[in-house]
Ligand binder design. Structure first.
Ligand SMILES: [Mg+2]
Length: 355
């Protein structure tokens, strides 16, 4: 097989601000694996969760070193390929693993969710993300989402550098706004590790009183964060989900006794193979699943969407906030994202890319 990758730029329509800062434009990598006239696609890119950081340029260098090593193999020789992939960074491995799965699904003429025996009708609404900002900016972002997708689940970023009072003001503004909307809208909170244990213990019961339904990554990620989550849990009336704390299967096993769920992301775990394994293990341990994204296009979210039938709290909204998403094929019915029915990942180019 032959591998190659190309870099391209995407830009957020509305810049996203979280507890660690703001992002606007993003460099991404399109990964291609070709064999016997079929090309599988993957996506990779920069990831920075504070305690783990990988650059697009570093990922590109890893992939350029990998391509000659793949040449003797076919994309379905998974066991022979494993030693070549296991030392890659998670985003580099994600790009290759995705492309191998896309190739395999296309070769067999089936979407991956069907190959895995999943029920597409189980997909539920995705949350859409409202970043940190002034009360007015948060209200404006809610209005934009309402006109774009009429969401039934909002994910509000907290952990403001301005402190807990500002976080509380944002929650109250969002709750007031959502009361004006038709139907019930669930409010989820993601603090991106922006609180201390004491702050999280103060905020969690208050958030429950405000009607929030989920608390994601309230505490900073670290090797001993399971102790802090163990201390928080008796004080938290909401399900607690870890994101930045959980990159590997070892992280999942370490945190599982102390939290209710995990936010799976393909770039963080190293692609669909590992995300599917972690999903199955988490479910076996009685945990619930989120499924999230970074500044990912329809291609990467189209890959993650293959797992949606397993997920209670989908959070696949990044492609809805891109000015020029180069891809199409990821289906959406109002606020429900659905994996494509086309073979492999089922994602096509929306326009020719410049190479
Ligand atoms: Mg998160």
């Amino acid at each position: 097989m032959q591998g190659c990758c190309h870099s391209f730029q995407v830009e957020r329509i509305v810049p996203l601000t979280i507890s660690r800062g703001q992002t606007h434009g993003l460099e991404r990598l399109l990964v291609e694996i070709s064999h016997e006239g079929i090309t599988g696609w993957g996506e990779a890119g920069h990831v920075d969760t504070g305690h783990h950081c990988y650059s697009s340029q570093g990922v590109r260098r890893e992939l350029l070193r990998l391509w000659p090593q793949l040449e003797p193999y076919a994309p379905d020789q998974w066991q022979q390929l494993e030693p070549l992939l296991q030392h890659l960074s998670p985003p580099a491995r994600c790009g290759v693993d995705m492309a191998l799965w896309d190739w395999w699904g296309k070769a067999l003429g089936r979407p991956l969710w069907r190959l895995w025996g999943l029920d597409r009708q189980r997909c539920v609404a995705t949350s859409v993300t409202v970043g940190l900002g002034s009360v007015e900016a948060v209200q404006q972002r809610l209005q934009q989402w309402f006109h774009q997708v009429q969401p039934s689940r909002i994910k509000l970023k907290l952990g403001s550098p301005q402190g807990l009072d500002h976080d509380r003001q944002l929650v109250q503004a969002v709750v007031q706004e959502l009361e004006q909307w038709p139907g019930t809208v669930d409010l989820q909170i993601d603090a991106n590790g922006g609180w201390t244990l004491e702050e999280a213990m103060a905020m969690a019961p208050w958030l429950g009183d405000q009607g929030a339904v989920l608390l994601e990554q309230p505490l900073p990620a670290g090797t001993n964060d399971q102790e802090a989550y163990g201390a928080l849990r008796p004080h938290c009336p909401l399900p607690v989900v870890v994101d930045e704390s959980c990159w590997t299967l070892e992280d999942l096993m370490r945190l599982a006794p102390h939290v209710d769920g995990v936010n799976l992301k393909l770039l963080k775990h190293g692609g669909l193979s590992q995300a599917l394994l972690m999903a199955r293990v988490a479910m076996g341990l009685g945990m619930e699943l989120m499924l999230g994204c970074y500044g990912d296009t329809s291609l990467l979210n189209g890959a993650a969407a293959q797992l949606l039938p397993l997920v209670r709290w989908p959070d696949l909204d990044s492609h809805l906030n891109l000015r020029c998403d180069p891809f199409r094929g990821l289906e959406r019915i109002q606020d429900v994202i659905l994996p494509s029915k086309a073979p492999g990942l089922g994602i096509q180019l929306a326009k020719p890319l410049p190479w």
